[in-house]
Structures are given as C-alpha cells and as structure tokens.
Design a protein around this ligand. Structure first.
Ligand SMILES: *Cc1c(COP(=O)(O)O)cnc(C)c1O
Length: 356
C-alpha cells in the first residue's frame, strides 16, 4: 500500500533527492566509487558544496556580504553558537515553545537575555503579538515555525533591531528578506536533507564584535574562511541537500513552493475546521503553521482518538501521532509531501467520520 509520510523530522524528501542519493551511494560523479568513500577534498565533492552554496543564495535571494555554511551539530548546537558569536551584552528572545526555550537557555550562558513575550500560558497555541524589543539588544531571536505546537511566524518581524531566526522547519517555504537578519539557521532534516547537516546563513559583518574566547570549531569565522571545509563536513547530507535545492529550483523556487504549501495546508485545515469530530489546536488562523498541522478529537469524541490513529495507520498514513506535549495528531506537510497525500489523509478522516 502507498505510504503517506507525515513525519515531523527527519521527514519526507523528494523522490528526486532520494534516487539521486541512492545512485551516488553506488557510483558518485562517475568516479567508480561510492559517495560514502570519497575524499571531501576531491574536486567532485568540492563541486557539490559550491553548487549547494550557490543555489542556497540564489533560491533565498541572499544579498552580498553573507556566507552560507554547512555544519554539524544540529540546530541545537546553533542555540549555543549564535549567542557565543553574536551576543556581546544583551539579546531579546521570543518564547514560542520547546525549541525557543532551548535557545533561550543557551543564550543565558553568554549574556543578558530579555524574553520579550511568551505564549507558555496557553501551551504555546498562539504567537505573542504585543511586545516591544529594546533598541539596545544585539539581536532579536525567534523561531519561525514551532514544529511541535504548529504555530508559525510567516512575516519577518518588524522590531527595529537585527534578527536571528531558527528556520529549521520552514526554510524554503516563503521569501525571506535576508537583509534584515544577522543569522538564520536550521537543521536540514525537515525540508532539505537527511539529518547530519545544519545550514547557517550569516552576515559576515555581524561577526567579530564579542570579546570572549571562541573555540576554533565554534567560531563561524573558521568555517567561513574554509568554505565549510575546515574539517570533514557531512558529505552525504550535503549531497542530498544539493539534490533538494536543484529540485526546488526546477519547481520554480520559494514562491512556487509557498503556493503549493499554502494549498496543502488550506486543504487540511479546511477539512479539520468543517469536521464534526476533529478540531485544530491553534485557534487563530493567522498563527497556524503551514508545515505542521496539529489537531485533536473534539471532547465528545475523545475516546475515538486511538481508533482513528489505527484506522489512519491501516490506510497508509505514517507519522501523524501528535507530539507528547500537545497530544492528538500532527501532520507535517513539508515541501516534498505531495498534495495527493494531504487529500488521502482528508479522505481517511471523512471516511472515519462517516463510520462513527
Ligand atoms: C527539529 C528542530 C530543532 C532541533 O534540531 P536538531 O537538528 O535536532 O538539533 C530545532 N528547532 C526547530 C524549530 C526544530 O524543528
């Protein structure tokens, strides 16, 4: 039976990226060797890094003066690397969930952290709006898409200071005005590649303003100077990332991806909102993530949660169990997920509803 992959991360990749990676694992760039056994310093792999970097810049319209890096350590290492490299005195953070909190915790190790607003009072089911960011902070950090709760900030915040964002789960889903940012980072395992590589987009002039000692590997400058090749980078995930970026370009870039993503999200949210049995966990439509759609059974149908999960599983739906801190269901609709999979999930919900 056809499987529909709604995993939150690692998550669905395009068949194009998977097949090309599989081929390269057998024979990379006609070298007669596997991608798994070649030197990262070979000219064939250098070409991969160069093209991936160039496509990143092209697709996101990254201005001059920025570097794109492919690093290890996950988005979680960036929670520490960002303040280590950018926080001289004080930074502002927006608390919109688990990942934002982890970033806040690390930032506090390096300076004053002003948490300007939090949606913790309602289990993070909305995006705080009434807050001001002090003008004297080094940057304002926010999480653009809250993978666990299903909320998203789809507009670059207008807060009067330099921005830093964790875009792990919604990079390449909308045009971003990169010039407003000092740094954008994310784990690649949600919209780009298998786990193991982290992307960082950093404004070169934002660096060098802190006077703490930076370990070599944790200094962005090290990686900028060596073009992400200071040490052995994650070769396979970078190769897959390149395939994904080529695929994105072929589809028409971020504007085209956004259109597809909006259609998928609208299809699912409409089905949830018009259902007698299910309800979305994010009440305000503007705050709803188009990547991670969270929903639960209405209270009067609570006992049908497990039966629906089993029914959906029997019908090929994979990865729709909600995160333990929200419960219910979460369908992740990353770029590689076809509309057809969303329609299959909706059909499954309707069929189940008709039966009960
Ligand atoms: C998954 C995720 C992370 C964690 O990424 P790792 O690469 O596992 O460290 C951080 N932030 C967001 C928004 C995420 O979705």
């Amino acid at each position: 039976m056809k499987k529909h992959n709604f995993y939150a991360g690692p998550s669905i990749l395009s068949q194009y990226a998977i097949r090309n990676t599989a081929d390269a694992v057998i024979n990379f760039a006609d070298m007669g060797l596997s991608l798994l056994e070649i030197s990262h310093r070979s000219k064939q792999f250098q070409a991969v890094v160069d093209e991936a970097t160039a496509l990143f810049k092209e697709l996101l319209d990254i201005p001059e003066g920025y570097s794109v890096l492919f690093l290890g350590g996950g988005a979680s290492l960036q929670f520490a690397m960002v303040p280590m490299n950018l926080l001289a005195k004080k930074a502002a953070y927006l608390d919109t969930g688990v990942w934002a909190n982890k970033a806040i915790k690390e930032a506090k190790l390096f300076g004053d952290v002003d948490v300007v607003a939090s949606s913790k009072d309602k289990n993070y089911n909305y995006i705080p709006r009434d807050y001001t960011v002090p003008a004297d902070v080094d940057y304002f950090h926010y999480t653009s898409n809250n993978t666990i709760y299903g909320t998203e900030i789809r507009k670059d915040p207008e807060v009067g200071v330099r921005l830093v964002a964790d875009m792990s789960s919604d990079i390449f889903t909308r045009p971003v005005d990169v010039s407003k940012y000092d740094l954008i980072y994310g784990g690649a395992q949600k919209n780009i590649a298998p786990s193991g590589v982290t992307f960082v987009i950093v404004r070169d002039d934002a660096l060098g303003h802190v006077d703490r000692v930076l370990p070599t590997m944790l200094n962005y400058k090290t990686h900028i100077d060596k073009g992400s090749m200071f040490n052995t980078p994650p070769v396979l995930p970078i190769f897959t990332a390149l395939q994904t970026l080529r695929y994105y370009k072929e589809l028409g870039g971020v504007k085209a991806l956004e259109k597809l993503d909006l259609e998928k999200a609208e299809t699912l949210y409409n089905a949830i909102d018009s259902s007698k049995m299910f309800q979305a966990t994010i009440p305000n439509h503007e705050d709803r993530s188009i990547m991670n759609v969270c929903f639960v059974m209405k209270p009067e149908y609570a006992e049908l949660e497990k039966p629906f999960f089993d029914f959906a599983t029997e019908n090929g739906m994979v990865g729709i169990k909600g995160h333990r801190s929200v419960g219910g269901f979460r369908a992740s609709l990353y770029n590689a997920l076809p509309l057809e999979s969303v329609k299959a999930l909706v059909a499954c919900m309707k069929e189940f509803e008709a039966k009960h």
